[in-house]
Ligand binder design. Structure first.
Ligand code: AMP
Ligand code: ZN
Length: 478
């Protein structure tokens, strides 16, 4: 099991630590999912792709990974205090749950386009209200939460007697003045840094549930504590999200979980860095967001042509997940060229004439290269280093072309590694299959035209019918 030496940067300790799962052979990973009130932008996608690599690599290492990525469909408030989903429901004249469903569907479709694997469980916040209420009851009983005018708040000063609040972000409590996602009236709270676990809903509020305190809704931070605890237990291996969630969201999650279970919830905290546009964080609120579909179709204000999702994925992976990445046409075009070079390089290897004798010396050179590649992944999933190492193999391919002494076994091993590294782990589809399929289709249609010219209608109809079965419609002009 795991002959590798995987080191992961743990945001909790600000250091790279050797990864060892809590339970043998199994890994529990929770990642904060999207708030489904609008389409996800490229920045959101970058974060989910970063975790997709982590998920894929852990699976490759042989772990049985339970990957939980939630859907936030309640409790995420606008600066005005209005629920984001309710607000959008009014604008689009739909039920809040229709909004949540619509944008959940589009989120899933976008991630499919990016070749992101589905998580093992994708729980929704509104489906876990009972669990959230139970946690609040427990925290009140332990004196770590208090009620106030129908709302419930987490008591930071009490919590600080058992653990220190803000340790993930390293924020000094005295300096924590405002919390933009929790604009509770100051009068209701004992301290300004206390945060809401339950909010009493105003009459006009659309999404509310009965509770022992009021008809209301849970605070945003609570859902992740409830769902991670339910599906991964009191202690699990990895908790992730974008770096902008470190504070307050993740610090609040830690406080709730420690208060509730007496244990630190996650061993490793992983934070993915932001995608920026002109050095500014891409965000819905700054209105500088690019939607994936705009990039794939070429219809946007920033780029002059469409891009393949594979190229965008490759562009993201050319930066380490912990580094900020600025998106620009120049940078994506450079990635596109790089991606083409990569495909050509692998094609050269596929077309090499093999010798009838296998070459042990060459195989051991390929294995040395393999080790270098896995060293990159073991070093905190370093995808840019891995991609550089993959390009390095070009020298080896040139050498094989020149010497002509590679056996079938050696080439198969080499090609198998590209499949593992690029396809399975980085999720990059590098085969030229689409253009190959197009060429095969053209050949078939030509054969059919010839058959029709010779009045061999049984052959031409058979080709048409079989193509129709594959979803390819053949229209005859005459
Ligand atoms: P949200 O729907 O706003 O909760 O965001 C969903 C995920 O996308 C969270 O993990 C955020 O941290 C992440 N995210 C938001 N903006 C960006 C960005 N510009 N770059 C990378 N990740 C982002
Ligand atoms: Zn969360």
């Amino acid at each position: 099991m795991d002959p590798h030496n995987l080191y992961i940067y743990n945001s909790l300790t600000s250091s790279k630590e050797k990864f060892k799962p809590l339970r043998k052979n199994s890994v529990g990973m929770y990642v904060c999912g999207p708030t489904v009130y609008s389409n996800v932008h490229l920045g959101n996608c970058r974060t989910f792709i970063s975790f997709d690599i982590i998920f894929r690599y852990l699976r490759y290492l042989g772990y049985n990974v339970r990957y939980v990525r939630n859907i936030t469909d309640v409790g995420h408030l606008e600066d005005t205090g209005e629920d984001k989903i309710s607000k959008k429901a009014k604008v689009e004249k739909l039920e809040p749950m229709e909004i949540a469903q619509k944008y959940t569907n589009s989120f899933r479709e976008v991630l499919k386009n990016f070749n992101v694997l589905d998580p093992s469980i994708e729980p929704v916040a509104s489906g876990h209200i009972t669990e959230q209420i139970s946690i609040i009851e427990d925290l009140i009983e332990k004196n770590l939460a208090y009620t106030s005018n129908g709302s419930v708040y987490f008591d930071i000063s009490k919590y600080n007697k058992i653990d220190s609040y803000g340790k993930l972000s390293g924020r000094d409590l005295e300096k924590i003045k405002s919390n933009s996602r929790d604009l509770s009236s100051q009068d209701d709270k004992k301290n300004e840094y206390d945060f809401a676990l339950w909010k009493k809903a105003e009459k006009k509020h659309l999404m509310k549930w009965k509770s022992p305190w009021s008809e209301g809704f849970p605070g945003w931070h609570l859902e992740c504590t409830a769902m991670s605890n339910k599906y991964l237990g009191d202690e699990f291996d990895i908790h992730g999200g974008g770096i902008d969630l470190k504070f307050p969201h993740h610090d609040c999650e830690i406080a709730q979980a420690v208060g509730y279970t007496g244990k630190q919830p996650a061993k490793f905290w992983i934070h993915a860095n932001m995608l920026t546009l002109n050095s500014k964080k891409m965000s819905k609120s700054l209105d500088n967001n690019i939607l994936p579909d705009e990039l794939f179709s070429g219809k946007n204000d920033f780029f002059s042509k469409p891009y393949d999702p594979n190229v965008i994925r490759f562009f993201f992976l050319q930066a380490h997940y912990r580094s900020e990445l600025d998106i620009s046409e120049i940078a994506i075009n450079a990635s596109e060229k790089g991606f083409e070079r990569l495909v050509e390089m692998i094609d050269r290897l596929k077309n090499i004439k093999v010798s009838s004798i296998n070459n042990d010396n060459l195989l051991s050179q390929i294995k040395d290269w393999e080790k270098n590649c896995f060293d990159c992944l073991d070093d905190d999933f370093n995808s840019p280093m891995l991609i550089a190492e993959i390009f390095n193999s070009s020298k080896l391919i040139t050498q094989i072309e020149k010497d002509g002494d590679a056996g079938q076994r050696d080439i198969d091993y080499f090609l198998g590694l590209f499949d593992i590294l690029l396809n399975k782990i980085l999720g990059i589809n590098y085969s030229k299959s689409t253009s190959d399929n197009d060429s095969i289709l053209k050949i078939l249609l030509n054969v059919r035209d010839e058959a029709r010219a010779k009045k061999d209608f049984s052959l031409s109809d058979s080709i048409r019918d079989q193509l129709n079965k594959l979803g390819v419609k053949v229209n005859d002009k005459d």
